[in-house]
Ligand binder design. Structure first.
Ligand code: CA
Length: 229
């Protein structure tokens, strides 16, 4: 899952981005409203964390512009102005939820998960693909009851493919939702991660292969089909 964090205070942004990355989210950071709008125009984020007090365009204005442009990405507003009128104003401008600063990271993460769950594909906390089980709350993975140890990035990639199990997921989609904006589209990073993930999921397991390559199209998690490699 990829999050856009819009926060002008550098230290706060760095800390929050670090906390989110540790929980397997890809995070892009924008320090003002204009660059936030530019980023949302080129990338399809799964969620936006939006500070209200920003230099130039306020978070409220950014949210209003997003919604009037038809962007439906969930928005969680963050601000020190934790007063009822500001809360109402944030929701009136199209935000989905509101959290006053200072906030507890665990509460923020719980609200992020709650907002992501509203999207139909993301509603489940535990995802199963045959004998593979992914618990998205604890970020633990087991296959046939045995734990599979993954790095944060490998986990993020697996969860994304699992949320779309049965579908062929293209490289562009993967880079957009699993990697951050510094991803180089000409690198072979996705292939490298797919190979590592495949090795960890399938080595030593008698069960069927789960992670398939559809040549020239992308990758698919689930039962094999005739034209998978
Ligand atoms: Ca601010």
């Amino acid at each position: 899952m990829r999050i856009l964090l819009v926060e002008d205070e550098e230290d706060a942004a760095r800390l929050l981005a670090k906390g989110l990355r540790e929980r397997a989210y890809a995070v892009d950071v924008a320090a003002d409203g204009e660059s936030a709008l530019l980023k949302t125009a080129v990338s399809d984020y799964d969620l936006i964390l939006l500070d209200i007090l920003l230099p130039g365009k306020s978070g409220l204005e950014v949210c209003r512009q997003l919604r009037s442009a038809g962007n439906q990405t969930p928005v969680l507003m963050l601000t020190a102005l934790d007063q009822v009128p500001d809360r109402i104003s944030g929701l009136d401008h199209g935000a989905d939820d509101y959290l006053g600063k200072p906030f507890d990271l665990d509460e923020l993460l719980a609200r992020v998960r709650a907002l992501l769950r509203r999207r139909p594909r993301l509603e489940k906390d535990v995802i199963e693909v045959r004998d593979l089980r992914i618990d998205t709350r604890s970020q633990t993975v087991t296959r046939a009851g045995r734990p599979v140890e993954l790095t944060t990035k490998e986990y993020t990639l697996l969860e994304y493919l699992a949320r779309r199990q049965g579908e062929v997921v293209g490289r562009a989609d993967i880079s957009e939702h699993v990697w951050e904006e510094d991803y180089d589209p000409f690198s072979n990073l996705i292939e490298v991660y797919i190979q590592r993930l495949r090795r960890k999921l399938e080595e030593g397991h008698a069960g069927p292969r789960l992670l398939h390559t559809r040549r020239g199209q992308g990758y698919r998690l689930g039962n094999p089909e005739a034209d998978d490699a």
